[in-house]
Write a protein that binds this ligand. Structure first.
Ligand code: F6P
Length: 542
């Protein structure tokens, strides 16, 4: 029996028939306590679910579904290192990476807490050496530019965190600029190499597998650039200018990263869950080791809340279950992520990978096909900019979309009045948009008389997440909350959120197509692919 045939699912289906057609404006009119009833807070975050199309009865039934799917047990399984990543037969222990040193965690024979903290301390030592000018380039120059080369989970988390926490970078470490290069097409790298000094540049090659072609292609180009600029051997250059962060040390050594320049993490850390490991070195370099630790502490606060709080008040559980309600019972398959704070500009891209690579699945843990929907299509943009781009569709288009609005309560406390006024303006816009999306033009007195092209139907559900302030702690908690939300949904859908087999075949096909470019009579493909290759080659000759 799949979950969609279960009693709790059937009860929710029935409930959706009764409540599903009710407009949010009516739900608000019937109950002026919705905010008190449906907002919950923990670990620096308040989540207001009152603009979701739910009643108390909906929440009760969703919790019944979570209990039926044994969510509390599955949460414990995650934290205690059970093999929740079934297709790869290993645990998913990203929560262990942010656990304080004194809390032991046994995995087989080893207390991995000690291993995790030695790796963290080793990373901190390297960070300090770079910060205080002890790490030198090939001509003795101290490092002023660090370039993180990585893609997906080895890029998006560190990039997002560096931008989010930029204002926490102290004056003493501002002389080091941290850059990110991910795309295999080389555009980001080429732009940087044109303007920086090779002797004072350090590359961090971040790759769990150390076999991702995108990352290796960029790393090869970077090393060639340094060898050409210095006239030195590739070995010498690697010693002074490359750090490798990986769970595959042999491959890193084969590529040429000396062992003393390697930082390791573990196969039980999923790529998209890895910013808490040494993969986060760019974050520590940019914001300081102390802020990196604060970020871990904030995430740990959310972990403890998730592990120990009853489902009825558990933020990640509620976020996940209300998502299930929208997707599986209200038939909403688009999800917009809308931060009202430019520092969170990379949050949408980060969540796109976190949610869609984790839960974009259609086979159960037992390998059975099913018919219900899983992860929706996620996208997003900094809210104020998105207002001038795709909000038209949210307000008047034909698609139902669920939205997450995210903003800090406080900002610019130590700045002038004008910037504080800008923050108020931003918050007013954030609240105005979620209000209008929920209630439509019922917020006006005479909306009924307006022509149709001026009408706003409303009834688009949203969650508003308010952080007390954007700090390393609240940022860590926010990201941990989303990680756990993804896990909650995977438990309900009975899928494995920790593998990503769907990205493998594309890599293989690309490798075999590469041969077609040099040898057009190689393996037969299809008329489109062959035609396009022929066209590209004709352009080359002309
Ligand atoms: O191709 C997808 C993926 O495997 C992601 O899951 C991962 O975050 C990314 O590639 C990068 O992988 P790696 O860190 O092994 O280079």
């Amino acid at each position: 029996m799949t979950v969609d045939q279960s009693p709790a699912w059937t009860a929710l289906n029935k409930h959706a028939e009764e409540l599903g057609n009710k407009h949010l404006k009516d739900l608000f009119a019937e109950d002026d306590q919705r905010f008190d009833r449906f907002s919950f807070s923990a670990a620096h975050c308040l989540a207001d679910f009152s603009k979701q199309r739910i009643s108390s009865n909906t929440l009760e039934k969703l919790i019944q579904l979570a209990e039926q799917q044994r969510l509390p047990e599955k949460i414990e399984a995650l934290f205690t290192g059970e093999h929740v990543n079934t297709s790869e037969d290993r645990p998913a222990l990203h929560t262990a990476l942010r656990q304080p040193k004194e809390i032991p965690l046994r995995l087989g024979e080893a207390d991995i807490s000690q291993e995790i903290h030695s790796s963290l301390e080793r990373m901190e030592t390297l960070v300090e050496q770079i910060h205080n000018g002890q790490w030198r380039g090939y001509d003795g120059s101290p490092i002023t530019n660090v370039i993180n080369i990585g893609v997906g989970g080895s890029d998006l988390g560190p990039l997002m965190a560096c931008r989010a926490l930029n204002m926490f970078t102290s004056a003493e470490i501002r002389h080091i600029e941290v850059h990110f290069v991910s795309s295999m097409d080389g555009s980001q790298l080429a732009r940087l190499l044109n303007k920086i000094d090779p002797a004072s540049t350090l590359f961090i090659v971040s790759s769990k597998s150390f076999s991702t072609i995108d990352t290796l292609a960029n790393s090869n180009t970077a090393r060639e650039w340094l060898v050409n600029a210095s006239g030195l051997s590739s070995e010498l250059i690697s010693q002074h200018h490359f750090i490798g962060i990986t769970a595959s040390p042999t491959k890193a050594s084969e590529w040429g990263i000396p062992e003393k320049n390697q930082l390791h993490f573990w196969d039980w850390t999923g790529g998209r869950y890895s910013m808490w490991s040494a993969i986060g070195m760019a974050i520590a370099l940019h914001t300081g080791n102390d802020n990196f630790r604060k970020m871990l502490a904030g995430a740990h606060e959310m972990d403890s809340h998730f592990r120990h709080t009853p489902l009825t008040e558990n933020l990640p559980a509620l976020l996940g279950m209300i998502g299930i309600w929208n997707i599986n019972f209200l038939d909403i398959h688009a999800h917009a992520i809308l931060p009202y704070d430019g520092r969170l500009q990379h949050l949408p891209a980060y969540l796109e990978q976190l949610e869609m690579e984790s839960n974009g699945k259609s086979v159960t843990l037992n390998g059975d096909k099913f018919d219900y929907s899983t992860c929706p299509i996620l996208w997003g943009e900094v809210g104020p900019n998105a207002q001038h781009a795709f909000y038209q569709l949210l307000h008047q288009g034909t698609e139902s979309v669920m939205c997450d609005f995210i903003a800090p309560a406080l900002r610019y406390q130590e700045y002038g009045e004008e910037l504080q006024a800008q923050h108020q303006l931003t918050l007013a816009n954030c609240l105005a948009q979620s209000r209008l999306l929920a209630l439509g033009d019922s917020v006006l007195d005479n909306a009924d008389n307006a022509p149709l092209h001026k009408r706003y139907r409303g009834n688009q559900p949203s969650t508003t997440i308010i952080l007390d302030e954007l700090t390393p702690e609240s940022f860590g908690a926010l990201i941990a909350m989303y990680e756990h939300k993804v896990y909650v949904q995977s438990v309900i859908w009975e899928i494995n959120p920790f593998d990503q087999w769907g990205v493998e075949l594309g890599k293989q096909v690309a490798t075999s197509l590469l041969d077609q470019f040099t040898d057009p009579v190689a393996a037969k493909t299809d008329s489109s692919t062959e035609g396009l290759i022929r066209f590209v080659q004709q352009q080359r000759r002309e």
